[in-house]
Ligand binder design. Structure first.
Ligand code: ATP
Ligand code: MG
Length: 486
């Protein structure tokens, strides 16, 4: 073990947030050992701005709760830790951990429970990478380095502590973390990891809960290094584990969206964590929609059903929280509205809650060479720059143009405009559900109205065809392989 002077490693209390200092001080005052550990220490040493700070202590979660009272909440079952509020910040405070007991690992060696308290020496060897296992005591101005981590920082090396195979078996999520840190820090992955990082090894991820994989994927997609990350996901066969039904190929849309997301993060702009999922799953969504269309299902229902199928299938790998699911479906649905809007709905669309995301998505498609947008991305972009009079004129021009082209072709979509999200947020859950039900009912009625007479008379799909009546029931799609044969 080496004790480093914090100042020699580029660390100083002035670079810490008041919250982490307050928490370290409160624990120390109560007689416990307390350190800053993990990404905060690592990133400061690299001259980067840490995303957050994590604390570690010899106090148990119950003792941490005693120190902070109502400011503290104990969370997690597999990995119990304390969430402590300080000012507007939330700091994760973990307790030193000893190696897990045999009884709480799965057949393949995955740790199911990891709440065995221990000493700092035991704790360091439980951490994933050497560079994440440095303990910084800011008031003493020292860093405890048990594993020559500082050298790894200097040599830009990503090294797992212990036997890499065993560490991946204990927690397969460490594979994702390897790629995350390699992409984020630009570090070389140690040979010991490369030797065992095989397609067979990635199968271990099948044991990890879709919830955890979603959380981890969010961290990967929002760290501002998507362009570096995507090729790594393919190279290390993680792509197939994370994304159901998606060929391991970076499409021009994905590339463009990755560059755009990274740029936004670098500029300090916010990103919606579900947006990149909407990008990733766009192609499977289109294919699934084509499948329904080829069966004679009308467009609106084909789109609705395709999005349900694709998101459900994806949820067998990474759970998609309800808010993200709604967001993704709305962004996709917006595409149709934005490409062929009715003139009288243009202003409504601009003020729509999902307009911005839908428009960004459309523009990315257009910029990545998707001709199906019919240059409407550029149209909306210009439209937003206009003053009110100019907007009115632009709408009138658009209407005229639409009428002209309608004369030439009957191809135009004549779907009724149905708002995707109600502009005024409904707060109560029951009210939201009732509104949703009413909307579905209305949509269904409209769909049935629109069924061509030929179909109603028995050719193709009739109004009482199950697809038009069906309630969207929970279906296990994990064994279904989508493809042209279906
Ligand atoms: P970030 O900059 O993304 O926050 P981080 O290294 O701080 O990176 P966290 O997920 O915040 O990552 O975890 C904090 C610390 O907890 C890590 O630095 C590491 O020491 C430890 N840790 C987290 N996840 C694992 C894991 N799956 N296995 C072992 N140690 C882990
Ligand atoms: Mg962290």
């Amino acid at each position: 073990m080496q004790t480093l002077r914090a100042s020699k490693c580029g660390l100083s209390t002035s670079k810490l947030s008041p919250a982490i200092l307050e928490i370290i001080d409160s624990l120390s005052k109560a007689g416990y050992d307390a350190y800053i550990v993990g990404g905060g220490v690592r990133d400061l040493m690299l001259g980067e701005n840490p995303k957050d700070f994590d604390a570690v202590t010899n106090a148990t979660p119950a003792q941490i709760k005693q120190v902070f009272g109502r400011r503290c909440r104990i969370i997690g079952r597999r990995f119990e830790l304390a969430h402590v509020h300080s000012g507007r910040e939330l700091i994760e405070v973990a307790t030193f951990r000893a190696p897990p007991k045999k009884a709480v690992t799965s057949a393949s060696g995955m740790i199911l429970r990891d709440n065995n308290w221990g000493s700092i020496e035991q704790d360091f060897s439980r951490r994933d990478f050497s560079i994440n296992a440095m303990y910084y005591q800011p008031r003493q101005g020292i860093v405890l380095d048990f594993c020559e981590a500082f050298q790894d920082i200097q040599q830009k090396k990503l090294r797992l502590l212990g036997d890499p195979k065993q560490r991946f078996e204990e927690d397969p999520v460490r594979m994702l973390r390897t790629l995350r840190f390699a992409a984020k820090l630009g570090f070389q992955i140690d040979q010991g990891i490369l030797d065992i990082f095989t397609p067979e090894c990635t199968q271990l991820l099948r044991e990890v809960s879709p919830h955890r994989l979603y959380d981890e994927s969010q961290k990967m997609f929002s760290m501002g290094k998507l362009t570096q990350l995507l090729p790594l996901l393919i190279q290390f066969h993680i792509w197939q584990q994370l994304l159901a039904d998606l060929k391991p190929k970076i499409t021009p849309l994905m590339q463009r969206a990755a560059e755009n997301t990274d740029k936004r993060i670098a500029q300090g702009k916010s990103i919606n964590s579900a947006f990149f999922y909407a990008v990733l799953l766009w192609q499977p969504y289109l294919e699934r929609m084509e499948f329904y269309r080829s069966k004679g299902v009308i467009d609106a229902e084909a789109r609705a059903q395709a999005s349900i199928d694709v998101l459900k299938r994806q949820a067998t790998r990474t759970i998609i929280p309800r808010f993200a699911e709604t967001f993704i479906r709305e962004v996709w649905e917006m595409q149709t509205r934005l490409i062929a809007p009715k003139a009288q709905h243009i202003m409504q669309l601009v003020n729509h809650a999902r307009f911005r995301a839908g428009f960004d998505f459309l523009l990315l498609r257009e910029q990545s060479g998707d001709a199906a947008t019919q240059n409407m991305g550029a149209w909306w972009e210009q439209f937003q720059e206009l003053n009110n009079d100019q907007k009115e004129k632009a709408i009138a021009d658009y209407r005229r143009q639409q009428q002209r082209s309608r004369k030439k072709t009957t191809e135009q979509s004549a779907e009724p405009f149905v708002p995707l999200v109600l502009e005024t947020e409904v707060n109560s859950r029951a009210a939201r559900r009732a509104k949703q039900k009413a909307l579905v009912k209305q949509q269904r009625a409209e769909i049935i109205d629109k069924v061509p007479v030929s179909m109603q008379q028995g050719q193709g799909i009739s109004p009482d065809h199950p697809i038009l009546k069906r309630r969207r029931v929970q279906r296990d799609l994990s064994h279904v392989v989508f493809g042209p044969t279906q």
